[in-house]
Design a protein around this ligand. Structure first.
Ligand SMILES: [Zn+2]
Ligand SMILES: [Zn+2]
Length: 444
């Protein structure tokens, strides 16, 4: 392909539009897309990967990181704990009218939105410590019982154990883990018509991919010291697992790949995952917090699992409050995915997000970036906000903020590569192009 000929053709096609104007960002992006298309001369695609975690589908994907931070760091309630509880109760439980009743009683409140913020603030651990205290006490009792059975701590060490539990960072062999499942949706975008292939072929491609319109599932594990346990379980939606499935995905060493027609975890997968990943990769004698989903039950009966980990199930109604992942990890994670996907859609049309290997590339990249030490405070904050640790949150940065905010004209740092930057690595802080981060997976 001769780029000069393409420029000539474009120029003659648009010859009438010869009035000069300032170059816009949109125009730069469009030209980048065209350049990319010429450089790669790949086929174009109708299919897209849309990251939607089921718990908060309706969120604005872009502002939520900031909002979240603002909630925690900036919001200072105007009333005390008891009054806040009362405000929430009046507005959300008793459904009292804001202006007629709630505001009359609490005149400092300006809008109903403020009550939503109070609720988030309260939920985030601003005040609700009594409720968590109960759960923590229960955890502690079990911890002590368990240690005693194994004669690791003596009766008179229990007091000390309590202190240690409170400062669990210093405990050499004790960690808290939490795992939770998130769904990722695959959706077909039909609006994109850029193609040089025949109509027939497009229809065929679309039909094949229709079959893939399930969610896939990821099941990350975070620890209370801000780490992510690797590899992460990913369940792909496959009608029948292809022979080359494991081979094709073998290069992604931070992923533990399984498949089901539904793309959902099941009992068998969980059992294998506990044996292959959770047990070998976690500190013995640690505590794993799990929600009440019954799919875990059978795995937890396994003697190897029982010997290795103390398991605490979180009652259904407490999940959103107590589950660390739910609280502050899922949302910045989803945000990061969405922004990466949007960037790929905008600039790298030729890269089909929804095919198996590209899904793996995207998830692998995101999880690798999450492993950067700079995100530990954010993960630890998730625990703090769920009431497990007493440490005050320090300033933290989200992956989307760090990895995607850089000078748009920055070029790839790799030797002999001068391509436009796609992502800033949270480990080495270098800006890396699409090919070097997504295709040739950068590790440093
Ligand atoms: Zn790097
Ligand atoms: Zn590069």
């Amino acid at each position: 392909m001769n780029p000069r000929n393409i420029i000539m053709l474009l120029d003659s096609h648009f010859a009438s539009a010869n009035t000069f104007s300032e170059v816009t960002l949109e125009e730069i992006r469009m030209s980048e897309v065209i350049i990319h298309m010429v450089e790669t001369s790949d086929a174009f695609s109708f299919v897209d990967l849309y990251f939607a975690m089921p718990e908060d589908d309706t969120d604005d994907p872009y502002s939520s990181d900031d909002e979240q931070k603002e909630l925690i760091h900036l919001y200072r309630p105007k009333y005390n704990d008891q009054q806040n509880e009362d405000i929430i109760d009046r507005y959300f439980v008793k459904h009292q009218n804001f202006e007629k009743t709630v505001q009359k009683r609490y005149p400092l409140l300006k809008t109903p939105k403020e009550i939503h913020r109070i609720r988030d603030y309260v939920n985030a651990g601003g005040t609700h410590f009594q409720k968590w205290t109960m759960i923590r006490e229960k955890l502690f009792e079990q911890f002590c019982e368990w240690k005693r059975q194994r004669q690791i701590v003596h009766d008179n060490d229990l007091k000390e154990a309590a202190l240690l539990l409170a400062e669990q960072y210093d405990l050499p062999n004790f960690k808290l883990y939490n795992t939770d499942q998130s769904g990722i949706k695959l959706e077909m975008i039909t609006g994109r018509t850029l193609t040089f292939e025949g109509e027939k072929k497009i229809t065929a491609v679309a039909q094949r991919l229709n079959a893939l319109q399930h969610s896939l599932t990821i099941q990350p594990v975070i620890s209370c010291d801000g780490d992510i346990v690797e590899p992460t379980l990913v369940v792909f939606a496959e009608e029948k697992e292809p022979k080359k499935f494991q081979e094709e995905l073998a290069e992604f060493d931070n992923l533990y790949c399984k498949s089901k027609p539904s793309g959902l975890c099941d009992i068998k997968i969980e059992r294998e995952w506990f044996r292959d990943v959770m047990v070998p990769k976690s500190e013995p004698g640690s505590l794993l917090l799990l929600d009440s989903w019954s799919g875990f039950n059978q795995a937890l009966e396994d003697d190897i699992v029982k010997e290795h980990l103390l398991i605490e199930r979180i009652p259904k109604k407490c999940t959103s409050r107590v589950q660390a992942l739910d609280k502050y990890w899922n949302r910045p994670n989803k945000n990061f995915y969405r922004r990466l996907c949007d960037k790929v859609r905008l600039k790298y049309h030729a890269h089909i997000l929804a095919i198996r290997v590209n899904i793996a590339r995207m998830i692998s990249l995101v999880l690798y970036q999450w492993k950067a030490p700079r995100f530990k405070p954010l993960i630890r904050y998730a625990w703090n906000a769920s009431g497990y640790i007493g440490e005050r949150p320090q300033e933290f940065v989200t992956p989307a903020e760090f990895c995607l905010n850089f000078q748009p004209s920055t070029r790839c740092f790799m030797e002999n590569c001068n391509k436009i930057g796609f992502i800033r690595c949270a480990h080495c802080e270098n800006v890396i192009c699409f090919a070097h981060s997504m295709i040739i997976q950068h590790r440093c």
